[in-house]
Design a protein around this ligand. Sequence first.
Ligand code: ZN
Length: 211
Amino acid sequence: MNYYGEYVTRLIEQFGKLPGIGGRSAQRLAFYVLNMPKENALALAQSITDARERVKYCSHCCNLTDTDPCPICSSSKRNKNQIMVVESPRDMAAYEKTNDFRGVYHVLHGLISPMDGIAPEDIRIRELLDRINGDTEEVILATSSTIEGDTTAMYIARLIGLRAENVRVSRIAKGVPVGGELEYVDQVTLAQAFKSRLDMNIGKDSDNEDN
Ligand code: ZN
Protein backbone atom coordinates (compact mmCIF):
# COMPACT_ATOMS: atom_id res chain seq x y z
CA MET A 1 0.00 0.00 0.00
CA ASN A 2 1.17 3.46 -0.85
CA TYR A 3 0.32 5.40 2.31
CA TYR A 4 2.50 8.44 1.76
CA GLY A 5 2.11 9.36 -1.88
CA GLU A 6 4.55 8.86 -4.70
CA TYR A 7 7.30 11.34 -3.77
CA VAL A 8 7.67 10.32 -0.15
CA THR A 9 7.58 6.66 -1.11
CA ARG A 10 10.32 7.22 -3.64
CA LEU A 11 12.46 9.03 -1.07
CA ILE A 12 12.01 6.16 1.41
CA GLU A 13 13.00 3.68 -1.31
CA GLN A 14 16.17 5.63 -2.07
CA PHE A 15 17.24 5.73 1.58
CA GLY A 16 16.47 2.01 1.80
CA LYS A 17 19.16 1.34 -0.83
CA LEU A 18 21.90 2.62 1.50
CA PRO A 19 24.00 0.03 3.38
CA GLY A 20 22.71 -0.84 6.83
CA ILE A 21 19.43 1.04 6.34
CA GLY A 22 16.32 -1.09 6.79
CA GLY A 23 12.72 -0.12 6.08
CA ARG A 24 12.12 1.62 9.40
CA SER A 25 15.34 3.63 9.25
CA ALA A 26 14.59 4.60 5.65
CA GLN A 27 11.22 5.99 6.74
CA ARG A 28 12.79 7.83 9.66
CA LEU A 29 15.42 9.44 7.41
CA ALA A 30 12.86 10.39 4.76
CA PHE A 31 10.62 12.13 7.30
CA TYR A 32 13.65 13.77 8.89
CA VAL A 33 14.68 15.25 5.53
CA LEU A 34 11.12 16.42 4.85
CA ASN A 35 11.03 18.20 8.20
CA MET A 36 14.42 19.88 7.72
CA PRO A 37 14.50 23.57 6.76
CA LYS A 38 14.14 23.61 2.99
CA GLU A 39 17.61 25.11 2.40
CA ASN A 40 19.27 22.34 4.43
CA ALA A 41 17.45 19.63 2.49
CA LEU A 42 18.42 21.24 -0.82
CA ALA A 43 22.04 21.62 0.35
CA LEU A 44 22.11 17.88 1.13
CA ALA A 45 20.74 17.05 -2.32
CA GLN A 46 23.21 19.44 -3.95
CA SER A 47 26.22 18.00 -2.11
CA ILE A 48 25.27 14.51 -3.30
CA THR A 49 24.96 15.77 -6.88
CA ASP A 50 28.26 17.70 -6.71
CA ALA A 51 30.19 14.83 -5.14
CA ARG A 52 28.80 12.34 -7.63
CA GLU A 53 29.54 14.52 -10.66
CA ARG A 54 32.91 16.01 -9.69
CA VAL A 55 34.67 13.37 -7.65
CA LYS A 56 36.64 10.89 -9.72
CA TYR A 57 39.26 8.22 -9.24
CA CYS A 58 42.90 9.33 -9.43
CA SER A 59 44.35 7.74 -12.56
CA HIS A 60 47.52 6.86 -10.59
CA CYS A 61 46.42 5.66 -7.15
CA CYS A 62 42.63 5.15 -7.62
CA ASN A 63 41.88 7.33 -4.61
CA LEU A 64 38.81 9.57 -4.76
CA THR A 65 39.79 13.07 -5.83
CA ASP A 66 38.56 16.38 -7.28
CA THR A 67 41.71 16.72 -9.37
CA ASP A 68 43.53 14.09 -11.41
CA PRO A 69 46.24 13.23 -10.41
CA CYS A 70 45.27 13.65 -6.76
CA PRO A 71 47.24 16.03 -4.48
CA ILE A 72 49.41 13.19 -3.10
CA CYS A 73 50.31 11.74 -6.51
CA SER A 74 51.10 15.21 -7.89
CA SER A 75 53.21 16.29 -4.90
CA SER A 76 56.95 16.60 -5.63
CA LYS A 77 57.68 15.76 -1.98
CA ARG A 78 56.35 12.20 -2.25
CA ASN A 79 58.46 9.22 -3.33
CA LYS A 80 56.54 7.78 -6.30
CA ASN A 81 58.60 4.60 -6.16
CA GLN A 82 57.33 3.51 -2.76
CA ILE A 83 53.70 2.43 -3.00
CA MET A 84 51.52 1.61 0.02
CA VAL A 85 48.55 -0.58 -0.88
CA VAL A 86 45.41 0.04 1.22
CA GLU A 87 41.85 -1.22 1.14
CA SER A 88 39.95 2.08 1.18
CA PRO A 89 40.27 5.87 1.11
CA ARG A 90 39.56 5.79 4.86
CA ASP A 91 42.59 3.57 5.48
CA MET A 92 44.70 5.90 3.36
CA ALA A 93 43.54 8.83 5.50
CA ALA A 94 44.45 6.89 8.67
CA TYR A 95 48.03 6.27 7.48
CA GLU A 96 48.31 9.83 6.22
CA LYS A 97 47.44 11.14 9.70
CA THR A 98 50.51 9.39 11.13
CA ASN A 99 52.68 11.76 9.02
CA ASP A 100 55.29 9.00 8.78
CA PHE A 101 54.87 7.83 5.23
CA ARG A 102 56.38 9.86 2.38
CA GLY A 103 55.59 7.52 -0.48
CA VAL A 104 52.37 7.25 -2.47
CA TYR A 105 49.31 5.03 -2.11
CA HIS A 106 47.28 2.59 -4.10
CA VAL A 107 43.63 2.24 -3.07
CA LEU A 108 42.13 -1.18 -3.87
CA HIS A 109 38.50 -0.29 -3.05
CA GLY A 110 37.87 -3.64 -1.44
CA LEU A 111 39.53 -6.93 -0.57
CA ILE A 112 39.38 -10.32 -2.22
CA SER A 113 36.59 -12.27 -0.51
CA PRO A 114 35.33 -15.46 -2.15
CA MET A 115 32.63 -15.70 0.56
CA ASP A 116 31.18 -12.38 -0.58
CA GLY A 117 31.80 -13.09 -4.27
CA ILE A 118 34.57 -10.47 -4.55
CA ALA A 119 37.21 -11.70 -6.99
CA PRO A 120 40.64 -10.15 -7.73
CA GLU A 121 39.26 -8.49 -10.87
CA ASP A 122 36.58 -6.71 -8.80
CA ILE A 123 39.15 -4.56 -6.99
CA ARG A 124 41.95 -2.34 -8.33
CA ILE A 125 44.75 -4.90 -8.56
CA ARG A 126 45.21 -4.60 -12.33
CA GLU A 127 45.77 -0.83 -11.93
CA LEU A 128 48.38 -1.53 -9.24
CA LEU A 129 50.31 -3.97 -11.44
CA ASP A 130 50.23 -1.45 -14.29
CA ARG A 131 51.92 1.12 -12.04
CA ILE A 132 54.83 -1.10 -11.09
CA ASN A 133 57.85 -0.55 -13.32
CA GLY A 134 61.64 -0.68 -13.25
CA ASP A 135 61.82 2.36 -10.93
CA THR A 136 59.51 0.90 -8.28
CA GLU A 137 61.48 0.30 -5.08
CA GLU A 138 58.91 -1.10 -2.69
CA VAL A 139 55.27 -2.12 -2.45
CA ILE A 140 53.99 -2.10 1.13
CA LEU A 141 50.92 -4.27 1.64
CA ALA A 142 48.94 -2.41 4.30
CA THR A 143 45.66 -4.28 4.16
CA SER A 144 44.06 -5.26 7.47
CA SER A 145 45.07 -8.45 9.25
CA THR A 146 41.78 -10.22 8.54
CA ILE A 147 41.43 -13.34 6.39
CA GLU A 148 40.43 -11.12 3.44
CA GLY A 149 43.29 -8.67 4.10
CA ASP A 150 45.85 -11.48 4.32
CA THR A 151 44.45 -13.26 1.25
CA THR A 152 44.61 -10.06 -0.79
CA ALA A 153 48.15 -9.30 0.39
CA MET A 154 49.32 -12.83 -0.48
CA TYR A 155 47.68 -12.67 -3.90
CA ILE A 156 49.30 -9.33 -4.76
CA ALA A 157 52.70 -10.41 -3.39
CA ARG A 158 52.63 -13.51 -5.58
CA LEU A 159 51.74 -11.53 -8.72
CA ILE A 160 54.47 -8.96 -8.10
CA GLY A 161 56.96 -11.78 -7.50
CA LEU A 162 56.09 -13.23 -10.91
CA ARG A 163 56.35 -9.96 -12.83
CA ALA A 164 58.85 -7.78 -10.99
CA GLU A 165 61.05 -9.87 -8.76
CA ASN A 166 63.42 -6.98 -7.96
CA VAL A 167 60.71 -4.95 -6.25
CA ARG A 168 60.76 -5.22 -2.48
CA VAL A 169 57.36 -6.37 -1.19
CA SER A 170 56.62 -5.83 2.49
CA ARG A 171 53.67 -6.30 4.80
CA ILE A 172 52.90 -4.02 7.73
CA ALA A 173 53.78 -5.61 11.06
CA LYS A 174 51.01 -6.98 13.18
CA GLY A 175 51.26 -6.43 16.84
CA VAL A 176 50.03 -5.29 20.17
CA PRO A 177 48.13 -1.99 20.15
CA VAL A 178 49.99 1.00 21.56
CA GLY A 179 48.93 1.41 25.19
CA GLY A 180 47.35 -2.05 25.15
CA GLU A 181 47.94 -4.35 28.07
CA LEU A 182 49.49 -7.63 27.02
CA GLU A 183 47.12 -9.79 29.06
CA TYR A 184 44.12 -8.53 27.07
CA VAL A 185 45.66 -9.10 23.64
CA ASP A 186 44.39 -12.23 21.90
CA GLN A 187 46.82 -15.08 21.26
CA VAL A 188 46.92 -14.73 17.48
CA THR A 189 47.85 -11.05 17.73
CA LEU A 190 50.45 -11.82 20.36
CA ALA A 191 51.96 -14.63 18.29
CA GLN A 192 52.09 -12.31 15.24
CA ALA A 193 53.69 -9.57 17.33
CA PHE A 194 56.38 -12.03 18.38
CA LYS A 195 57.02 -13.12 14.77
CA SER A 196 57.15 -9.51 13.52
CA ARG A 197 59.62 -8.43 16.18
CA LEU A 198 62.22 -5.86 15.19
CA ASP A 199 65.88 -5.93 16.14
CA MET A 200 66.66 -3.75 19.14
CA ASN A 201 70.37 -4.13 19.92
CA ILE A 202 71.32 -1.50 22.46
CA GLY A 203 74.80 -1.45 23.95
CA LYS A 204 78.13 -1.88 22.24
CA ASP A 205 77.32 -0.14 18.94
CA SER A 206 75.59 2.83 20.47
CA ASP A 207 78.40 3.18 23.05
CA ASN A 208 80.89 3.41 20.20
CA GLU A 209 78.85 6.13 18.52
CA ASP A 210 79.04 8.21 21.67
CA ASN A 211 82.84 8.02 21.76
ZN1 ZN B 1 46.55 9.66 -6.67
